[in-house]
Design a protein around this ligand. Structure first.
Ligand code: BTN
Length: 250
């Protein structure tokens, strides 16, 4: 019983009406945090997206949630971490009835080719020394908010078939993330790869990958054992570590 208690930290939740960014809030308080601690806000004035983009965060309509985690084995053991987080959130939402929700490499959630949620994982620390991770997620609940900077279609939980109280959703997400991260720390990405392929929005579809000012066209072939994107082009299958993927012709 003792082991179970140690393995599943309870976690504390800071609930804020207004904050610059829930990720930033955890970062500012990082010295005081334990694995599983979280912060949630009604409204963010400087919500952050991946690759320096802004995450538009209007009041009261969406979920802005961040959770802290300490990786005992250091950043070297974080390979594939962001994909695992995308998988976990997707599974939680599918269990609530959102059966068509899928993952988009590396960690966004899509519903019928429209963006439903974004995940921003910030990793701090040294290769083989305990490291710290801040996992932030923005989930559209009942309005499609828009992330300035990229033109795209947006979806929200209601459209995906889910109506759930935000507090309950937060509790489910946190508890599932905590237990799956413990699993991930033991096994790494390997046990999650087949799950990824089951949930992958782009598997075997024609896509384009934008890396900097380069655009690469190909067929998405899932991920490799390190979580890299596999893209089949005329030259064969290559792995990519960064970039923005989208369907060709959109
Ligand atoms: C993306 O799709 O680019 C990732 C968006 C992540 C947004 C969430 S909202 C809660 C947390 N706090 C932030 O400032 N960003 C993340």
């Amino acid at each position: 019983e003792k082991k179970i208690l140690r393995d599943l930290p309870e976690g504390r939740i800071k609930v804020l009406a207004l904050v610059d960014s829930t990720n930033q809030y955890l970062l500012d308080n990082i010295e005081t945090l334990r694995s599983g601690d979280a912060c949630v806000a009604e409204h963010q004035t400087a919500g952050r997206g991946r690759r320096g983009r802004e995450w538009v965060s209007p009041f009261g309509q969406n979920l802005y949630l961040s959770m802290f985690w300490r990786l005992e084995k250091g950043t070297a053991a974080a390979v594939g971490l962001s994909l695992v987080i995308g998988i976990v959130i997707t599974q939680v939402l599918r269990n609530l009835g959102g059966i068509d929700i899928r993952v988009k490499w590396p960690n966004d959630l899509y519903y019928r080719d429209k963006k439903l949620a974004g995940v921003l994982v910030e990793l701090l620390g040294k290769k083989f020394k305990p490291a710290q991770v801040i996992i932030g997620m923005g989930i559209n609940i009942n309005n499609p908010s828009s992330n300035k900077g990229i033109e795209q279609n947006w979806s929200h939980l209601k459209e995906a078939g889910i109506t759930i109280d935000r507090n309950k959703l937060t509790a489910l997400l946190l508890s599932e993330l905590r237990s799956q991260l413990i699993e991930f720390e033991k096994t790494g990405l390997s046990t999650f790869i087949s799950k990824w392929h089951e949930l992958d929005n782009y598997l075997n579809r024609p896509v384009k990958l934008i890396v900097g000012d380069q655009q690469i066209q190909g067929i998405a072939r899932g991920i490799d054992q390190h979580g890299g994107l596999l893209l089949e082009t005329e030259g064969g299958i290559k792995t990519y570590q960064v970039g923005d993927i989208s369907l060709r012709g959109r």
